[in-house]
Design a protein around this ligand. Structure first.
Ligand code: FES
Ligand code: FES
Length: 158
């Protein structure tokens, strides 16, 4: 069995697993990191949204063999440490707006929100309604209105 090495939430991890196993299964089943949720497994629902090198990605759609030893995967568990705090400002906004209902989609929603604000910052701008419209993370509980409000608030806190 080949070994796979990458960085996860600030630490180097190594696992024995075939190259073509998707990163989501490595995180959840081999490393016990269950923040990224399994919804569809085919890059549609976005419940597994996490970051690789600071950008949003869906680990159900990436082979672990395609990660390099220096690639930094961040899940909701590691998000607060990226700002050196107990909670990321986007998570604080989430609590303020009482966004979550069943909660299943929410780790992915928060990770998508942070990636969206970071992308807009790299482009030297703030997020727009069109950006919010472009979020594809599914919420079967229908918390979309509160998600939008929290993202706008979270951006102002970041
Ligand atoms: S589980 Fe990854 S996009 Fe649905
Ligand atoms: S809060 Fe239940 S799926 Fe989004």
């Amino acid at each position: 069995m080949p070994t796979q090495t990458f960085r996860l939430n600030g630490e180097t991890v190594t696992v024995d697993v075939e190259d073509d196993v998707r990163v989501l299964w490595v995180l959840r089943d081999l490393l016990g990191v269950t923040g990224p949720k399994y919804g569809c497994g085919i890059n549609v629902c976005k419940a597994c949204t996490s970051h690789v090198n600071g950008r949003a990605f869906n680990p159900c759609a990436v082979r672990v063999g395609d990660l390099g030893a220096d690639d930094e995967v961040t899940t909701i568990e590691g998000l607060p440490a990226t700002v050196g705090a107990e909670l990321h400002p986007m998570q604080e906004a989430w609590l303020e707006h009482d966004v979550a209902q069943c909660g299943y989609c929410q780790p992915g929603q928060v990770m998508a929100a942070v990636a969206l604000v970071s992308k807009a910052r790299r482009e030297g701008r703030t997020i727009t309604d069109a950006d919010l419209d472009g979020i594809r993370n599914i919420c079967r509980c229908g918390t979309y209105t509160r998600i939008r409000e929290a993202i706008v608030d979270g951006e102002s806190r970041m």
